[in-house]
Design a protein around this ligand. Structure first.
Ligand code: GLU
Length: 279
């Protein structure tokens, strides 16, 4: 059975792009007789706010989206992340790093999908692990895992190249996981068989595929959908003033009609809000 999920982070209100992502996950599950889950990615306690979670539930219902089962919260799963982190450490695949963002930017010679690639400064140094972040030695991990493939429903078969990120942080200095580790473990724990999310996270799936191999997790399929973009070609974002779903809901807009308008644009590729379509 197909199982999808929508996994918003409660560090701000949902906007149209989130509505589109939720619709894709929901509709793909429903069209194929599967389940749609809701997971709150609130691992970052400093930036997460409970009031956003309440709004998320109202927003989704307003759009006409019902999820299956209980809402999952990453903050309740920290012990599971710690355990996986310990396993990766025991496999000799993680090393502590105390480099600051500024040091990395100054020392980096290449850029990856998330900015400057970490140049491996701490890989061969004796670094005090107390309060440090832990990075994945991606070369060593790939040597252990061997060649890996994954399939995106739209883009087709992919050869995993997590090296494009360099040695990513898997355990943050303040948390027992990073996005990559938490999302990968959760998708496995929740039985997600089809990971849907925006094209902006396509590169992250290379890292997730490697983590699945290292931790012996089931391998889902992926469906990276196009993004809603502003008429000037930039990704839609609240900070540039696009109204939140909550604003629209409270203004009395019809959420079902908005969902239908978004559904009409569910195609691969970015969806420009220019032209005659103004939801
Ligand atoms: N919490 C992530 C976000 O809000 C979701 C990432 C995912 O779907 O894997 O962007």
């Amino acid at each position: 059975m197909i199982v999808t999920r929508f996994a918003p982070s409660p560090n701000g209100p949902l906007h149209l792009g989130h509505a589109f992502a939720a619709l894709v996950a929901h509709d793909l599950a429903r069209e194929r007789g599967g389940q749609f889950h809701l997971r709150i990615e609130d691992i970052d306690g400093e930036r997460s706010r409970a009031e956003f979670v309440e709004e998320f539930l109202l927003d989704l219902r307003w759009l006409g989206l019902e999820w299956d089962g209980a809402v999952a919260f990453q903050s309740a799963r920290l012990a599971r992340y710690t355990e996986a982190g310990e396993r990766l450490k025991a496999m000799g695949l993680l090393y502590p790093c105390r480099c600051t963002r500024a040091e990395i930017t100054a020392a980096a010679t290449e850029a990856g999908p998330d900015g400057p690639i970490y140049p491996g400064t701490c890989r061969h140094h004796d670094v005090n692990p107390e309060g440090a972040a832990w990075r994945l030695d991606v070369t060593r991990a790939m040597d252990l895992a061997g060649p890996l493939e994954w399939v995106d429903e739209i883009a087709g078969p992919q050869v995993a190249t997590p090296q494009i990120f360099g040695d990513v942080v898997l355990l943050r200095k303040d948390l027992p996981a990073s996005y990559h580790l938490a999302a990968t473990l959760d998708d496995a724990a929740d039985g997600i068989t089809l990971v849907t999310r925006g094209m902006d996270l396509f590169p992250a799936s290379h890292v997730h595929r490697l983590l699945q191999a290292l931790l012996g997790l089931p391998v889902p399929a992926w469906h990276h959908h196009g993004l809603l973009i502003e008429p000037d070609g930039r990704k839609l974002a609240k900070r540039r003033g696009s109204p939140s779903l909550g604003d629209r809901r409270r203004a009395g807009e019809d959420g079902w009609a908005l969902a239908e308008a978004l559904r009409a644009h569910r195609f691969p590729g970015d969806i420009s809000l220019s032209g005659n379509w103004t939801p």
